[in-house]
Design a protein around this ligand. Structure first.
Ligand SMILES: Nc1ncnc2c1ncn2[C@@H]1O[C@H](COP(=O)(O)OP(=O)(O)O)[C@@H](O)[C@H]1O
Ligand SMILES: [Mg+2]
Length: 355
């Protein structure tokens, strides 16, 4: 089995840490682990062992021939067998369906959501539309394309102010780690924030401020097809302001409280929403569903669903699953079982007419 980590996105480092935690928690009696590092430049290197330096890696070509379950090394063209992969790359070219599409084409079983579900979940505008259509609560927002902004700035600025007032949030539709996200308190700052968000993406969202507490719920699929597990919640409490890049990655800047201190009825509602969101977006294996809770009015909103959340031992996802009574290694066993089960189901699909 192979673990893919690193990648070209801004979350390269986090992905290295996630990959390391996974490799450290896979039972060596059950799994032969192939560490696959994707460099910042996008080269694929098969390392001789976990924790080895990239210089010792052998370059591999991807994708291999469908159904061969192997990677090809670049120089000698040797095939290296791999029966299942854990693609643990966060963000662009990892979590956004592109890598998942490659793996589907190669017909190699892999952990987590497929191409479509990954792509849709990564796009905040598309995901919100689907969640809304599925009857789930999401915050009101406007989606603005570069073209629309380019041709009608005054109209966009006016719509934002009249719909939401200030403060409001501006975000690129498909990024992570809070990059390009702005909390805007006055009209004078809005234009610059929109320009910035659109420098990262072709579309952006202008969104009402949640004004509430933030929670997360870990969803873990059941390989036998029973309903997915929705974990106890985590509360995210940045010590200052909102959960921006600094609050996410500077140790000590954010308290993460597991299990969250929250009324049992609200917890159950969020868990139910988390499962519904998981199925509405067509997810597989795992997802972390993030919420806002506007306590004064008892309103719950889904903020977003992450198909490949952080997987370090200190990350929210494994901790919430641990709180549900499933230790890290057992969580990996279950995810791998789900990957095989999904692959077996996809093999039963008709992909072409009989000759
Ligand atoms: N509408 C909003 N109201 C209040 N806070 C928000 C809103 N949107 C985003 N935030 C804050 O910004 C953080 C990052 O936004 P999010 O949409 O989750 O993007 P990312 O994919 O980068 O995590 C959230 O965790 C939250 O703290
Ligand atoms: Mg988020």
């Amino acid at each position: 089995m192979g673990v893919i980590f690193g990648g070209r996105s801004a979350e390269h480092e986090v992905s290295l840490a996630s990959g390391k935690a996974i490799m450290g928690n896979l039972d060596p009696d059950r799994y032969d682990v192939l560490p696959l590092l994707v460099t910042r430049e996008g080269r694929w290197l098969l390392l001789p062992g976990a924790g080895e330096e990239p210089e010792r890696g052998r370059e591999v070509h991807f994708p291999p021939e469908p159904g061969r379950n192997s990677l090809l090394t670049a120089n000698a063209g040797n095939a290296v067998g791999v029966d299942v992969l854990i693609p643990m790359i966060h963000g662009t070219y990892g979590e956004d369906g592109t890598l998942q599409g490659l793996l589907e084409m190669a017909e190699i079983p892999f952990v987590g959501s497929g191409c479509l579900s990954s792509a849709v979940s990564m796009d905040k505008a598309a995901a919100k539309a689907i969640l809304r259509a599925g009857g789930l609560p999401v915050l009101p927002s406007l989606t603005i394309s570069r073209e629309e902004w380019g041709s009608n700035k005054a109209g966009v600025l006016e719509d934002a102010e009249s719909n939401f007032g200030f403060p409001l949030f501006v975000k690129p539709t498909s990024l992570g780690s809070s990059v390009g996200i702005h909390r805007i308190e006055e009209a004078a700052k809005l234009e610059e924030a929109i320009e910035d968000a659109l420098s990262y993406d072709f579309k952006m969202l202008i969104e009402e401020e949640a004004r509430g507490r933030e929670f997360e719920c870990a969803v873990l699929e059941d390989p036998e097809g029973d309903r997915p597990l929705a974990s106890p919640l985590a509360e995210i409490k940045p010590k200052e302001g909102w959960y921006d890049y600094e609050a996410k990655y500077t140790p000590g800047m954010t308290d993460i409280i597991i299990p969250a201190e929250l009324d049992g009825g609200v917890v159950s509602q969020m868990q139910a929403h988390a499962r519904t969101a998981f199925s509405a977006l067509g997810c597989s294996g795992l997802a972390r569903v993030d919420f806002f809770y506007r306590e004064t009015r008892g309103e719950i909103y889904i903020n977003e669903l992450n198909t490949l959340p952080g997987f370090t031992e200190l990350s929210g996802y494994p901790k919430m699953i641990g709180e549900a009574g499933i230790p890290y290694p057992a969580m990996l066993d279950r995810l791998i079982a789900c990957a095989f089960a999904r692959h077996a189901r996809s093999r039963e699909l008709t992909i072409r007419q009989a000759d």
